[in-house]
Ligand binder design. Structure first.
Ligand SMILES: [Zn+2]
Length: 172
């Protein structure tokens, strides 16, 4: 959940919006109890998460997107190849996508997709997404076997998962 600031005032209904710092500003009627406000926030969790993602995505300077894409095409495929070679994975193609909420994916035809947004993530997060998708070449699921495979290559992958969660996008 994002940082939340609650302000009560003489108003009839509750509103929520993200400010430019990514804090959720909640304006609530003065008669509402904190428990009621919290209940409202809890019930709207998925809306809040979606808004947060939209907000983060809109923070990418549109003029810089072609630059990021170019960078992604230069950086990601060699890195995938390097990691794949080191751990004996073989894949078909690599595509750089503009996916907004998905960092990477892997198809049954062994094609790997990565969003250009990965160039904005820390290196170890980019590596994790690559490792994650490569492991799907062996396990097309999120079974225990899959996670063991990931952990063998990247023992601290949970830190990277956390970063991805905080930065609002999913990995599949
Ligand atoms: Zn996955």
């Amino acid at each position: 959940m994002p940082k939340i600031e609650i302000k009560k005032s003489f108003r009839k209904s509750l509103t929520m919006r993200f400010d430019r710092n990514g804090t959720l500003q909640v304006k609530a009627p003065i008669f509402m109890t904190n428990k009621q406000i919290q209940g409202f926030i809890d019930r709207n969790k998925s809306w809040i998460e979606k808004q947060k993602i939209a907000k983060q995505n809109s923070q990418i300077d549109p003029e810089k997107i072609p630059e990021y894409k170019k960078e992604a095409r230069e950086l990601i495929p060699p890195r995938v190849e390097q990691i794949a070679n080191k751990h004996g994975f073989s894949y078909n193609t690599i595509k750089i996508t503009s996916a907004q909420t998905r960092w990477g994916s892997c198809t049954s035809k062994k094609n790997l997709n990565f969003t250009y947004r990965l160039v904005l993530a820390p290196q170890e997060v980019m590596d994790y997404v690559i490792v994650h998708e490569l492991c799907h070449l062996r396990q097309m699921n999120h079974s225990k076997k899959f996670w063991n495979e990931v952990a063998t290559i990247m023992p601290d992958y949970k830190n990277q998962e956390l970063w991805l969660k905080k930065n609002g996008a999913s990995i599949s």
